[in-house]
Ligand binder design. Structure first.
Ligand code: NAD
Length: 356
């Protein structure tokens, strides 16, 4: 099993270090190889995703990724900015399915911004299509407006588009995932306004017929945003396009209390995947040793489950995280009165102890 380890920038290096310690503590044989990515790679090699890093990622069974980005790179040309590394990896590895579980741990119910009764026991999975939609659709650009409300004015435009096969494959991923859970899929669209999402709805409905054991319903994205904060436990698997998924999955993240708790996985059709916490590089706390490493440690557990076929080891890590929370250990982002505040490394130590 070969794992490419790409810590990246900011807190990325601190949190990935803890996840690697946890992986090494398992009785499994891994080949772990690290490389620079993001701003760190730009500083060293002049590009956020150097050829060697991309090759390492392509040759690996899975990529464990930290986070990239820092405000100091915001003035670089767009193709050289750290965040382009993620887009490049997604594109080159064909990572079209993004899994974002939002689980509210019993011990952290108080950290959610919603009332405890709304989030206690929350366990939903948001599946976001990752390689299409308005983020990648061509044409895009800036120009002099040829028509519309202000002809002759400067304008910018992007193109929302999805092909049938792109929708079919993400729909299948969602139905397969639902089969292993509560067997319910909510497809989120904006079919009332957008042609792209009328096709989305039609295709998801067709694919749904292949899965008679899974219940399918459709929801407009505005309603989904409302339901997510009104009655989030009503959902099981939510499947949606790239842009809606981007927004809804961050909203779902906050239901659970802290973005520092949320893992994510991005998979291609051969189950090769990139595993990363849902948060960014948090430059505001980088280097202080206070970042929560649990989202990254839980991402490593997802990696074991989805790409490396080691479900038992994944269960062990998840149980260890639960145990540490039950012991009352908290990094500052999830701290509340009556619990014990710890730093990044201490949290890693605690997970290692719980594993043992
Ligand atoms: P962010 O997720 O880095 O931080 C948002 C807030 O959450 C900050 O207050 C931060 O301190 C806190 N936070 C994040 N992770 C935490 C953790 N593990 N423990 C404790 N607190 C945590 O988002 P941002 O501030 O909008 O972006 C910072 C940089 O990260 C930008 O350059 C952005 O482009 C980049 N970014 C990268 C990724 C990625 O690598 N996948 C994702 C999002 C943002």
């Amino acid at each position: 099993m070969k794992i490419a380890v790409l810590p990246g920038d900011g807190i990325g290096t601190e949190i990935v270090e803890q996840a690697v310690r946890v992986l090494k503590a398992l009785d499994l044989k891994f080949e772990l190889e690290s490389a620079l990515v993001g701003g760190a790679a730009y500083d060293a090699h002049g590009h956020p995703l150097p050829e060697a890093t991309l090759k390492l990622a392509k040759d690996a069974d899975a990529v464990l990724f930290g986070a990239v980005g820092d405000w100091k790179y915001d003035t670089l040309d767009r193709p050289l900015r750290p965040e382009q590394a993620i887009l490049g990896l997604r594109k080159n590895l064909g990572l079209f399915a993004n899994f974002r579980p939002a689980i509210c741990y019993e011990q952290l119910v108080g950290a959610s911004s919603l009332k405890p009764e709304l989030v206690a026991g929350l366990d939903i999975l948001i599946i976001r299509e990752l390689t299409g939609d308005i983020y990648f659709g061509q044409p895009r650009g800036r120009r002099v407006s040829p028509d519309g409300h202000f002809p002759g004015a400067e304008e910018a435009f992007d193109t929302m588009r999805y092909t049938r096969p792109e929708i079919e494959r993400i729909a299948r991923v969602a139905f397969e995932a639902a089969r292993k859970r509560d067997k319910r899929v909510t497809s989120v669209d904006k079919a009332n306004v957008l042609e792209t999402f009328q096709l989305w709805k039609d295709v998801v409905t067709e694919i749904g017929k292949e899965y008679p054991d899974v219940a399918l319903d459709h929801m407009y994205v505005d309603n989904a945003a409302m339901q997510l904060v009104k009655a989030p436990k009503k959902f099981d698997v939510v499947v949606t396009g790239n842009m809606f998924g981007d927004i809804l999955s961050d909203a779902a993240a906050m239901l659970t209390g802290s973005i520092g708790m949320l893992p994510s996985a991005s998979l291609n059709s051969s189950n090769q995947g990139l595993y990363e916490p849902s948060h960014g590089s948090a430059p505001d706390i980088a280097g202080k040793g206070v970042a929560n490493p649990l989202a990254t440690i839980l991402s490593a557990a997802m990696m074991l489950r989805f790409s490396l076929n080691q479900a038992e080891a994944a269960d062990r890590i998840e149980a260890a995280v639960q145990k540490v929370l039950a012991q009352g250990l908290r990094t500052p982002d999830i701290y509340s009165e009556g619990t014990t505040k710890v730093g990044t490394r201490e949290m890693g130590d605690a997970v290692l102890n719980a594993l043992a």
